[in-house]
Ligand binder design. Sequence first.
Ligand code: KG4
Ligand code: ZN
Length: 347
Amino acid sequence: MGIETSCDETAAAVVADGRVVKSSVVASQTNLHAKYGGVVPELASRAHLEKICPVISEALEQALVTKDDIDAIAVANQPGLTVALIVGVTAAKTLSMTWQKPLIAINHLHAHIQSAIFNEPDLPPHLAVARQQRGPAIALIVSGGHTSLYDYRSPLEPRLLGRTIDDAAGEAFDKVAMILNLPYPGGPSIENVAKNGDPDAIDFPRTMLDKDSLDFSFSGIKTAVLYHCQGQDMKGENRVASMGQNQIADIAASFQKAVVDVLVKKTRRGAEKIRAKTVLLGGGVAANTALRNALQQMCDSLTPPLKLLVADKRYCTDNAVMVASLAYHKYKAKLFADLSLEPKASG
Ligand code: KG4
Ligand code: ZN
């Protein structure tokens, strides 16, 4: 059983053999945070407390199993909001103790990588990607809190190559949506509006940092959108209210293209650096069709082409299937946690 409470989704899932989804229950708090335009940690924590027991019960019920069928309890204990993580961690420790099952600590970002590969028919979960694809994989994880590139050779040891030095890609989507008065969460709103816009209408900056850097920076593009809407000195009137739908759509499409360009170029740079044969894509922003298509094009354009494995859309945003699926590998390797397990904000 996997448990996930790192941000604003309370989730539990039962997964067999690392790949067969028996149940997946996600209680989203989107409506709770919508009016604030972002996640309010204290509200998230309280909502997790209310939901965690019903969500776990429902995951067992939907899977048609009882506690006796569960082999281990896995929980995302890092990174995330500490006040949110602690709810899942406490629930998992309690179940581990009372049900007498091993406890497994899962890194939320490593679990996002797992969501890209766990149900690949060509890739039995007990085989490392590196062995199967005869080369390492580069994994791009793009979420609301993180934007990271990993050298990925097996589920147990992804190696971090680069990460955002300021805003995460999803955070930039959320903030730009707020500037454009689009509903929260910003990613799906921007994607939707961008469909009617011209991605080449505005040339927003693409921050690539140093020539060899695999780090990301998205605060510049967010500020560029703000200046575009409110003037360079921010002293002009906020023009968004008087803009037509076409203008908003052009800004959304141009912003999305600029972010996607950076993500794709950096992934290519990382793939070249580690001589990757495969690209893995996961995290909330991985649900974005423009990003999925652009990465596919990049992979196809290389000789030899790279193989792209992308998380199923329902497993891009936070869920507990990815937690339980990664736990399978830790279970096999007997990598268990004990009751001193604590939540950790970073990771
Ligand atoms: O992985 P996730 O559910 O939570 C974190 O771990 O942060 O990612 C949530 C993020 C939000 O910033 C949301 O706006 C973004 O993923 N997102 C998208 C799309 N769907 C969700 N961004 C761009 N396009 C989407 N379709
Ligand atoms: Zn996430």
